[in-house]
Each structure stands twice: as C-alpha cells, then as structure tokens.
Ligand binder design. Sequence first.
Ligand code: DMJ
Length: 443
Amino acid sequence: MKHAFPDDEIKPLSCTGRNLYNSNRGSIDEPLGNYSLTLVDAADTLVVMGEIEEFKKAVQLIIKNVNFDKDVEVSVFETNIRVLGGLLSSHFFSETYIPEYKGELLLLAQDLGDRLLRAFNSSTGIPYHKVNLKYGHFNQSKFTCTACGGTFLLEFGLLSRLLNDNKYEKAARKSLYALYERRSRINLLGNMINVKTGKWKDKYATIGSGSDSFFEYALKAYLLFNVKEYYIIFKVLYDSIVKYLFIFDLYLKMDMYSASLYSKYIDTLSAFWPGMQAMIGDTELSEKNFKSFVNLWDRYDGLPESVDVIAFNTVDHGYYLRPEIIESAYYLYQTTKNDYYLEFGKNFLNTLKSCCQVPCGYTSILDVRNRTLDDRMDSYFLSETLKYLYLLFDENNFVNRGNYIFSTEGHIFPIKLWERYDQLYSKNNSLFVKNYPNPVCKK
Ligand code: DMJ
C-alpha cells in the first residue's frame, strides 16, 4: 500500500507500482485494469488472518477510490475472478464486521457485473475475451479459452441471488452450456474456441492452462447452489479426463477427439487438480498426482510454469508465486489430516522465504535454473497463495470450521441456503429446460 497504491500491483524489487499503462508482459498482464487490483483481490485475506481493522481500512479505500467507468480494455475472465469475486467476498465480510457498512461493495459489484455482461453478447453466448469497461466494445479477437468462458457461475450466480436479478447467472449458464455442448464424443473439451462460430481452435483437452477452472466451477457451482445439472456437467467431463488424460500419475494434453497424445508439456496451473479431487473424495488419485508435483517442486525449488515430462526439462522456466500446489496441499490436509502435507507446507514456506523475499514483498523467479529474480508479485499471491498457506496451519480458523467455498481466486463465499436457480426463476426460465445438458455423449 505504501509504495504502489492505487496501482494494480507492486514491483517488489523496485518498490514501485504498475498498472495497465506500464504493462509489458503480454498476456500474463491481462489481469491489470487500473482498478487497484491487488487491494480488491487481497482484502478478504486480511479477514482470514484476523486483521479486521486493516480490512476495514481496505474496504474504505475501495469504496472511496475504485470505479469502473474507465476507458480500459480488460480481460473478462480475470476481472471477474479477481475483482468481482473480491468485491463479493468483501461484501459478505463487511456485513459481518463493519456496522456502518451500507452495501457499497455490492453496488460496485453490480456496476462491474453490468459492464462485463456486455461481453456475453456473442452469437454463441460465450463471452468475448476482452471488453472495454467504459464503452462496452469488445476486442475484435473472436477466440477465447475454455476457462475464460466457463468461470463465471460462482460470482454471477451470487450477484443474481443478491440482487434478485437472473441476468448474470443466465449469461454464465448459457456460456457454460455452450462450451459443454461442444464436447467431443468421448466427452472432452478443447482449449480455445471461436465465440462467434462455436468452432474449436485448439483441439486438445487439458486440465491446465486455458481449461482448469471450467471444471472447478461446474463442481463448485453445484456445491454452492445445489443445482444438480452443474454436477452432471462436472462428472461427465471428470470421468473422461481421468480415463483419457491420466498417465504416469500426471494429466497430459490429449487430442479431444482421438485421445492421442497432443503434448508432453504440463503446466503449473494443473497442480490445482489434486485439491479438487480431494474435495470430491478421490483421495487416492489425488495423492498420486500431488506427489508428482512435489517431485517437481523439490527438483526446482519452485514449480516451473511449464515442464516437458518426457525430457524432464523446464520449458517455461519461471516460478510466478502461484498458489496451485499449496492449494492442493491445503485440501489434502483437510481431508486426510496427514502430517505429510504440513511438512510440505513448511518446505513451501522456507523456499518462499529463501528464494523470493525482497525489500517490498515477495518476487517471482524468472528462471528456476539459475535463480534469477523477476520484479513482480501477482495479486493472487496475497489473494490465494498466502491464504492457503496460512489456512493449512491455522487449523481452528473460522474458515476451516465454517461452511465456505473458495472461488478459483481464493475468494471466500458462504455456503448457505441460496435459493436454487430453478426455484427462483421457474416462471421465465426457458434456458434451464431447453438446455438441460445431455449426459449421454452425442453419436
Ligand atoms: C489465479 O488467478 C487463479 O487461480 C486462476 O484460476 C488461475 N491462475 C491464477 C493463479 O495461478
């Protein structure tokens, strides 16, 4: 806050801020939007860590400074998971911890939701990849990734229920179904799609980069809202992934039609999968997969962004402080209570301290082979990585005792008796009936 606010992120080596106007890292800079990204993304971590006074200050700053009426083009997916999700989670906690709170964060979330919604105006219902927050134009690129089209149900579903307006969840469902309906005969999805024609561009199935949170949201939307159709989508795809992608305790990229090997590279994002498997009780498979990532972690003292699993070399050599491996350790510890995961947590913490602690925070490693440092600390480091690490050890934390679900960005949403979508909107809910997903694969 001292060195970077109101910018989006801190450069932890040079102790300055960065935002959309000085972004220089191509697509990995997509989350930037000149909306104090790290503050919004990380506010609920303060509550998890018991820093309620700091949380109150953060909420005041968000209310006073953040607005979305800006001529900036942002990633619809990233803005949803990091900013809209952050606002919603902080909204819930503000209702509990800030007596004078009047719902200002929900109004901001509504405003942002309306701006993002404009990107869903495509012929398939799958959102354009980017949208201009002020004018609503979308980027001319017609391609987007599977996760980018299928990671809205939690945030948009909550917004619909909190505002009693079904338009958000309706758009999120339509996009999810549009992708699901385009699965192959063997129930695999591709990784990149044309939002205008609905044709796959990247015809390989993966649980990693570009697809990961699609599966996570189908499952978690079922858990949060108790809508069985979301579970059917999850289960149909999950079974095929385990059947066709799981080889040598890792999930490889396979051709979505023939299930033949597409690539021998795996990416660090796929380390979230064992955590999700632990959630559904597939512990044995989860532990096998998790140990493969621990082997990589031990070998490189960090998890390289991408690895060739046959040559056993790094392909993208950076470790960007990502949360997935510690997220999975957290879930596995919650379900097994095996000290192995606490030991891994200590190892993770020690590595972070020794490799990455710098004057103004923690920094990414540019190349794990020679330990050169970058000058970046992505907002998810505070929102996710440190949250899961903290919760792994703080067994009696209210989150571990309560009924909550984590969004893909680690935001905390209460599981309660949210009204089911079909009950709430049964009168005008043609989408629900018409597009009921068919779990039997198309011939
Ligand atoms: C986060 O923004 C989310 O976890 C997302 O689903 C995937 N990538 C980053 C963290 O690596």
